[in-house]
Design a protein around this ligand. Sequence first.
Ligand SMILES: Cc1cc2nc3c(=O)[nH]c(=O)nc-3n(C[C@H](O)[C@H](O)[C@H](O)COP(=O)(O)O)c2cc1C
Length: 153
Amino acid sequence: MAAKLLIVHHSQSGTTSRMAEHVVRGASDPDVDIELRVRDALEADAGDLLWCDGFILGTPENFGYMSGGLKLFLERVYYPCLDKVDAKPWAMFVRAGNDGTGAIASVRRILTGLKVREVQEPVLIAGEFDESRLDDCVELGMTMAAGLEAGIF
Ligand SMILES: Cc1cc2nc3c(=O)[nH]c(=O)nc-3n(C[C@H](O)[C@H](O)[C@H](O)COP(=O)(O)O)c2cc1C
């Protein structure tokens, strides 16, 4: 049975969505056989997180924190998933106007409580949107998918 990868992201003005498209492109590499589910954070639910073998979260930094949309997702799934997702591998990508560290720290803090394992460094695009960094998003998705397929995470 193919490994299952979930990508959940939130974007208000579209730049995090651009990153998400490239993460999805990497995870959809034809040489890698996984099942992929992509959800907007406002629609994703605990069933998605329970379904997957690994996941990637994407958020902008808003007010020094993850976006409200991603926070709402984590609030909705936290207790239904507590003790049921232990050790699942995960990674994140972040878009920020000038910083990004607050968003990264806020996601890590909550996921520490879920006892999941961060297996890749976050991809952060801060400041002016550097198109060349979208390659890092492709690589993030591809590495996660290949790692799940190979069972190394
Ligand atoms: C309400 C609001 C708060 C923001 N706060 C921060 C912040 O604390 N740090 C930062 O680096 N950028 C901040 N930004 C800039 C966003 O991170 C940036 O515009 C980002 O591209 C938005 O992502 P999106 O296009 O996916 O919505 C803020 C933007 C908005 C609209």
